[in-house]
Design a protein around this ligand. Structure first.
Ligand code: ATP
Length: 316
């Protein structure tokens, strides 16, 4: 067979690679979420404070072979305690890898093993974080060395929360949540995250907002938020989640859970569009008993700290 060497390691348009990366993708909670208005394209303009937390999916991403001139082959497998996540072309990991290849004009055989720990349809941003992790992995594996800002831009096409997970930590999100400004990282606290079996769809929850009543002007200026966040968590935290107005009245169980948490936590609310709720407690508070009780009633329960970063490449 006639072989054609290109000087780049490609022979007949293909080259073996065999590179592998392990990454962890954090969840997020919203410390504040105001919906300002509905845009003509159906998206909603929001003002939100996003906080990454130490609840992680892990991903094993391999580039076995690289080739030129035809579409990538992307194989996704999913395991872990969270069920019901598709392992096909609808998985955000698959879509992220495909988008990266298209935009950067690279291609090859990729295998993505996703270990799912972040519950889905929870408002914890799990799928978006996985997508961000795949973009970061592709950038390393293909050696494209993109600026994080370019990865963020690419991520916008996959979901409004994807850019946040490239940086993580604590951020103010504006626009549809993709215009990000870093805030002082929240420390010295822990989050009790509870997700009942109820699943809520983000578009459906936003669709229920009566925007005639909820159109708002932006309020959360950085100058105001910074000093308040420096003292977080305190009872006087002014953040709230506007989506509670449309979610909680129809879900008495969830409403009870939020009210119960508010009796003991410094701050408690629905995360994103739910159905996960969280309570914030001082770092030295022993939450084992409370967590155990909620867990016994069949709900997903985790006690986690704030995560100062976003998606991370792990050492082997
Ligand atoms: P958000 O806060 O971004 O709204 P969420 O917790 O509501 O997040 P996800 O966990 O991102 O929702 O999942 C929403 C749906 O997306 C799932 O029900 C699932 O069918 C689909 N999905 C596609 N890819 C993934 C993935 N990698 N992880 C989880 N869900 C995925």
């Amino acid at each position: 067979m006639k072989q054609q060497a290109t000087g780049t390691g490609f022979v007949d348009g293909r080259k073996p690679v065999g590179r592998r990366l392990r990454l962890r993708a954090p969840a997020k909670v919203n410390l504040h979420l105001e919906v300002l208005r509905r845009r003509h394209d159906g998206y909603h303009e929001i003002e939100t404070v996003l906080q990454a937390v130490q609840l992680f999916d892990t991903l094993d991403v391999r580039l076995d072979e690289q080739w030129l001139g035809h579409a990538p082959e992307i194989l996704v497998s999913v395991d872990g305690p969270v069920g019901g996540v598709p392992a096909d072309e609808t998985n955000l990991c698959w879509r992220a890898a495909r988008l990266f290849c298209e935009q950067q004009r690279v291609s090859g055989l990729m295998r993505i093993e996703l270990h799912k720990e972040i519950p889905t349809a929870a408002g914890l941003g799990g799928g978006s974080s996985d997508a961000a992790a795949v973009l970061v992995a592709c950038d390393k594996l293909f050696g494209t060395n993109l600026d994080p800002v370019d990865l963020e831009k690419m991520g916008e096409a996959l979901g409004a929360d994807v850019p946040f997970f490239i940086h993580g930590g604590t951020m103010l999100g504006r626009g549809i949540g993709t215009i990000l400004t870093p805030l002082p990282t929240v420390r010295a606290c822990q989050f009790l995250i509870i997700k009942p079996s109820l699943n809520l769809s983000t578009p459906e929850v936003y669709g229920r907002l009566n925007l005639g009543l909820t159109v708002q002007s932006p309020k959360a200026s950085i100058a105001v938020i910074k000093p308040i966040l420096a003292r977080f968590p305190q009872k006087t935290w002014p953040g709230f989640n506007r989506l509670e107005d449309v979610v909680l009245p129809g879900q008495p169980g969830l409403q009870r859970l939020v009210l119960e948490l508010r009796e003991t936590a410094v701050v408690a609310m629905l995360s994103g569009s739910g159905s996960a709720v969280y309570g914030v407690f001082p770092a030295d508070r022993d939450l084992a008993q409370m967590a155990g009780e909620y867990s016994e009633s069949g709900m997903f329960v985790r006690v986690v700290g704030p995560h100062p970063g976003g998606v991370e490449i792990m050492e082997d």
